[in-house]
Design a protein around this ligand. Structure first.
Ligand code: NAI
Ligand code: MG
Length: 347
């Protein structure tokens, strides 16, 4: 038994979350996983109902959940208001102590031509950025003067240890390689980072660890993306590198993410926003949301089922089912249905 909270959100959020939830329901039913689902208000929809993008009741449901599936939030409707839907995302990160952000980036067979990189360079690329989300420059003391300003970058041993463990655990389920990215030739925080990651690595003798500098990694991601498996890095470097990586697959609609925290529950969401330009028309690509649902299954320990769901997305794409962002005419709901047919065939 596991309790899943669905926060469909705004714009295309409900459209893609619906497809992902339907995939989870199908798999849970067929495999007897006992997943239960509960919808709660979040983002703009929650502001409309109560003025708060992350209301008490939603907060409590999230705290008591095993996993959270999120669509997307935001939209022009709330842009002028005093509270923005995105404030709900920040509040949720704080409440659930979400310190680890996991962003896979990969290419799908048949979609190589949508990548801005040459097909022969990008073919087979499949990596995961594990980004520390609650430390470093973004959360350090700030001085904001007119002539001088500063942002303090701090990391503690404990902060590095816990994110390193997330990366090594993830690598164990993948190709067993961690590239830890820092700037140890210049930054003291990076030298601590490197020492602590090296120590944590001794507990994972089955996983290969390499250290790399962030500047050369930024190049290697473009020249040799297939070299990487898990990329472990701090907050600022992770912010930049995860966006750099996210373009290699060819559409923002394909990408999934997970944020894990200190409370045991975790948030799974596509990386895209609410896409107001295509909302309500059944045009959205639900692949990123469905791939997020596969990460959710992994989080709950159902890795065989996670692989089935991932394979079903691959098969739908390889079978020529393409939503509009990939130049096709497949509707959001049709793509979801196709994935479920493929799941069914594998169960
Ligand atoms: P966006 O990701 O919503 O859209 C960017 C472009 O990509 C648009 O042309 C959109 O149509 C397309 N796109 C995005 N997802 C797609 C999908 N699944 N299938 C097909 N096409 C897709 O980013 P944008 O336009 O900057 O932001 C729109 C709203 O979403 C804003 O209010 C923003 O604050 C919010 N947002 C929310 C996020 C979240 O909930 N985590 C993340 C990013 C933005
Ligand atoms: Mg960013």
């Amino acid at each position: 038994m596991a309790k899943i909270v669905i926060l469909a959100g705004d714009g295309i959020g409900p459209e893609v979350a619906r497809e992902a939830e339907a995939c989870l329901r199908l798999i849970s039913g067929a495999r007897g996983l006992g997943l239960t689902f509960e919808d709660h208000l979040f983002g703009g929809a929650a502001i409309d109902a109560s003025g708060d993008p992350f209301p008490e009741e939603t907060q409590r449901a999230c705290e008591n959940s095993d996993a959270i599936l999120l669509g997307a939030v935001g939209g022009p409707k709330w842009d002028g208001g005093s509270v923005r839907p995105e404030a709900g995302l920040l509040k949720m990160r704080g409440t659930l102590g979400l310190f680890a952000n996991l962003r896979p980036a990969r290419t799908y067979a048949g979609l190589e031509s949508f990548s801005p990189l040459r097909a022969d360079i990008v073919k087979g690329a499949d990596m995961l950025v594990v980004r520390e989300l609650t430390g470093g420059l973004y959360f350090g003391d700030k001085v904001e003067g007119t002539e001088e300003a500063s942002d303090l970058c701090t990391y503690s041993r404990g902060e590095v240890e816990r994110i390193a463990r997330v990366a090594f655990e993830a690598a164990r389920k993948r190709r067993k390689k961690v590239t830890s990215v820092d700037k140890a030739n210049v930054l003291a925080t990076s030298r601590l980072w490197r020492r602590v990651v090296t120590e944590v690595a001794t507990q994972y003798p089955d996983v290969e660890l390499e250290h790399a500098l962030v500047d050369s990694t930024a190049m290697a991601l473009i020249t040799h993306p297939t070299r990487f498996d898990v990329i472990l890095t701090e907050n600022l470097f992770g912010d930049i590198l995860s966006d750099e990586m996210s373009v290699i697959g060819g559409s923002i609609g394909l990408l999934a993410s997970a944020s894990t925290g200190t409370t045991g529950t975790a948030v799974f969401e596509p990386i895209h926003g609410s896409a107001p330009d295509i909302a309500g028309q059944d045009f959205a690509n639900p692949a990123g949301a469905i791939a997020s649902a596969a990460m959710l299954l992994d989080h709950l320990g159902h890795s065989a089922e996670a692989r089935i769901l991932e394979a079903a997305v691959e098969q739908a794409i390889a079978g020529g089912f393409r939503t509009r962002d990939l130049g096709g005419g497949t509707r959001c709901s049709e793509f979801g249905e196709q994935v479920r047919l493929s799941v069914d065939a594998q169960l």
